[in-house]
Design a binder for this molecule. Sequence first.
Ligand code: 5GP
Length: 185
Amino acid sequence: MTPPRLTVLAGPTAVGKGTVVQALRELHPELVVSVSATTRPPRPGEVDGVHYRFLSDDEFDELIASDGMLEWATVHGRHRYGTPRGPVEEALARGERVLLEIDLDGARQVRASMPQAQFVFLAPPSWDALVARLVGRGTEDEEERLRRLETAKIELAAEEEFDTTVINDDLDRTVSELAQVMGLE
Ligand code: 5GP
């Protein structure tokens, strides 16, 4: 059976989705990775149009109003993040493989509108490993970290909703398993 062309990768906060996706796209440059839109301000080094499309609240509202979002969610109770519909639909129409790295709410919306997609849950090796990563990253203040840990607990419980779980224990192994699950190698 041919694997679906659209893969949705979700998992708890700080599980390392970004690193895994970065390594996967280096191995498979043919893979189209959707650039999300967000109302969160850029972190140092983040480039508009590359890491995210950084939008104002009004611009984000306009995209939703024009049905330009495949899905969107407020993540960690704070900023909005969403998948611009156009680039995803165009890539799928060209027959390309597309990957969305989004949060759980977003994954549920995609499941409702595109049930034929493949849903992959990226899980930490353990809860302690997840906490260590979240603290170690050091990009968030204490309040934001606590907020993200609360979200992570809820997100971990959602694993059973997904088609497949890939454990993020060792980067090379994880990327190779993900590529295999997606039918990339
Ligand atoms: P960060 O602020 O650390 O870049 O991302 C925070 C969270 O937003 C991550 O867990 C990520 O999965 C989620 N996220 C990023 N882009 C999207 C998107 O387009 N849609 C949804 N629903 N969540 C997203």
